[in-house]
Design a protein around this ligand. Structure first.
Ligand code: ZN
Length: 309
């Protein structure tokens, strides 16, 4: 019995000694580089006090067209963890991101973590997934859970912090989801039609019951054709849709041309304001978080569509 106690004490001493060694080391925060503003915001929410987060793309930047510069490549190569959307959202960065994976960098991609049965496909090409997953808050909760799980694997010492912050963030996202549903309920069902510059809002439409039309497809790399413009102008005039929307990350000229085309059909459609599609707002706008951006979007959509011309 006495021997057992001595052995146990010895084990305790060794274990506490090991723990002391570990805490003495005190490494700096892990460096996480996220591609889009939405992902940088997600990582900041999950990794407060644990991660040093840098976003590559600033507010108002279109991720479909973004090319990594030399400075970006350097940042990515020196990151401990890289967080990307995948699903070809960062289409022009494909080679850079691929080479990071090949070189054994720790890359977290939402593409690997989201249940593919919950993903929507491009209406024009069913082989392509729609990358705009942040527009369904319940899917963004899945994204947060996945990112948290991966962070816990890659940084085991931070697990408690990540899990605690995930719980808090999921609650905030649930509140956001409730807010969106309450606001949408203010619109009669036949007015729930969203026309925007490019097809970023299919997940939004699917989650919150909107018919959604984009002038350009799910990527801004292809220009809208004249046929698309005519078809959409006819649709808006026939359905007497009150407002169409520009997006902060896309020049407004196409939506303005669409407005002119609708007006020439004898129906005055207004531009209902700017929506944040593939980027969050900047600090000056006050909409520089995912939650603030989504609230601003739903307020703009509901106010513009419900007011008569
Ligand atoms: Zn997009």
């Amino acid at each position: 019995m006495k021997n057992k106690i001595v052995i146990m004490l010895a084990i305790l001493l060794v274990v506490s000694g090991l723990t002391a060694c570990k805490t003495d080391k005190q490494p700096g925060p892990l460096k996480l580089v996220a591609t889009t503003t939405m992902l940088a915001d997600l990582a900041e929410n999950m990794g407060k006090g644990r991660l040093e987060v840098t976003g590559l793309m600033g507010p108002g930047v279109d991720p479909h067209l973004y090319k990594a510069g030399a400075g970006d490549v350097d940042l990515l190569q020196h990151a401990d963890i890289v967080l990307i959307n995948g699903l070809d959202l960062e289409g022009k960065m494909g080679d850079v991101l691929e080479s990071l994976k090949k070189n054994g960098r720790k890359v977290i991609s939402l593409e690997d973590g989201l249940d593919s049965s919950r993903l929507l496909r491009d209406e024009e090409n069913r082989d392509i997934f729609d990358p705009h997953v942040w527009f369904d808050v319940s899917l963004w909760q899945d994204a947060a859970r996945y990112v948290c799980g991966r962070l816990c694997e890659l940084d085991k010492d931070g697990e408690n912090i990540y899990r605690e912050q995930l719980d808090l963030y999921i609650t905030e996202l649930e509140e956001l989801d409730d807010y969106i549903k309450i606001r949408v309920a203010e619109l009669p069902e036949d007015m729930r039609v969203l026309v925007t510059a490019h097809d970023a809002f299919q997940y939004f439409g699917h989650a919150y019951g909107f018919e959604v039309k984009g002038l350009q497809g799910i990527s801004t790399t292809t220009e809208a054709g004249t046929g698309d413009m005519i078809e959409l102008a006819d649709f808006i005039a026939e359905r007497r849709i009150q407002a169409i929307f520009i997006e902060t990350s896309i020049p407004p000229r196409n939506v303005e041309a669409l407005q002119a085309a609708v007006n020439s059909r004898g129906f005055d459609v207004k531009i209902g304001g700017e929506l944040y599609s593939d980027s969050l707002g900047d600090a000056q706008s006050g909409h520089d978080s995912y939650i603030a951006t989504f609230r601003a979007n739903i307020d703009t959509i509901v106010e513009s569509l419900k007011s008569e011309g």
